[in-house]
Design a binder for this molecule. Structure first.
Ligand SMILES: [Zn+2]
Length: 57
């Protein structure tokens, strides 16, 4: 377990997604947020969150 509040992004696999809340993380590379269950939500231009599935996982 790492000390920092960072998670591996399930979309781009970068390890620098930042924690934004309890069981919520945000990847600035993909502009998506996700939780510990790897449920990804895409943030649209309107600011809505749209649930997305991650292909191949
Ligand atoms: Zn990402």
């Amino acid at each position: 377990m790492m000390a920092g509040d960072f998670m591996l992004c399930p979309v781009c696999m970068r390890g620098d997604a930042g924690k934004i809340g309890e069981n919520r993380f945000f990847c600035c590379h993909c502009c998506v947020e996700f939780n510990n269950a790897a449920e990804v939500r895409i943030i649209t231009e309107n600011g809505d969150l749209v649930k997305a599935t991650v292909p191949g996982r």
